[in-house]
Design a binder for this molecule. Structure first.
Ligand code: ADE
Length: 246
């Protein structure tokens, strides 16, 4: 795609606190609920002549917390894509990193070359690969190099913690970023044939010795600020450069 190619961008984010700096940096305004039956919130704006839209998962009425994980993410992605008809879908969020990949809190990764699941183990021929997913990311190596960001395989599951089996799956599939949404959104994008990338800022170290929930909550605010700045740079880069071929 050439640099005239990106007219509409769709961002998908999970938590309100994660999204605040990104909404501010891109100057997006709340437009309303995406669907009257659902808690998904839609934000819109214009950045350098490009329509920039964001779906936020919204708040669970039963538990008064943000919706997170893969269940809500498929809906956010599907309804967002139908409404916006974007040229690119970006999942921006926070995630766990690995000391074994030399990650530090505050590092920012772009998905490359694929996104997979670590908690869908189905030991039946062909279902093994189906469970893992291997959904494509657009190539992000040049973008990451020019923006000073990192790249790697993002691995998704529905738990903040992990089992030994999850860890084994992540190792086997070269996962260096652990999140709870990217693979679900990547699957919807594959179904719709929409280019996808994830940008993930690291709040906690999966193979470190601190309890994940404590480290996550401690670093959520400052990491979300970093995420907001870097997401703006990524959108800016894509508007200028378009989507790289392989
Ligand atoms: N989001 C932030 N940290 C995470 C982790 N360790 N696992 C899954 N999702 C996360």
């Amino acid at each position: 795609m050439n640099n005239m190619g990106i007219k509409r961008v769709l961002l998908i984010m999970a938590m309100q606190e994660e999204a605040k700096p990104t909404l501010n940096s891109l100057g997006l305004k709340r437009s309303g609920l995406l669907n009257p039956h659902l808690d998904l919130v839609f934000y819109t704006g214009n950045y350098r002549g490009t329509s920039v839209n964001l779906v936020l998962n919204g708040t669970c009425k039963n538990h008064s917390v943000d919706h997170i994980g893969t269940q809500v993410s498929t809906l956010s992605a599907h309804l967002g894509i139908e409404l916006v008809e974007p040229d690119i879908v970006i999942n921006a969020g926070t995630a766990g990193g690995f000391i074994s990949d030399n990650a530090a809190v505050g590092d920012v990764y772009l998905s490359n070359p694929y996104i997979c699941y670590h908690d869908r183990r189905i030991n039946i021929p062909k279902f093994v690969e189906y469970g893992i997913g291997f959904y494509p990311s657009i190539p992000t190596i040049r973008m990451a190099k020019e923006l000073g960001l990192r790249t790697g395989v993002i691995s998704t599951g529905n738990s903040l913690d992990y089992t030994e089996k999850d860890l084994e799956q992540m190792r086997n599939h070269k996962g260096v970023v652990k999140d709870m949404e990217a693979a679900a959104i990547a699957w919807v994008c594959e179904q719709h044939k929409k280019p996808f990338l994830a940008i993930k800022a690291i709040t906690d170290l999966v193979d470190g010795d601190k309890p994940t929930e404590e480290e996550f909550l401690q670093n959520l605010n400052k990491t979300s600020e970093i995420l907001g700045k870097q997401t703006l740079r990524v959108v800016d880069w894509l508007i200028k450069n378009g989507i790289d071929e392989e």
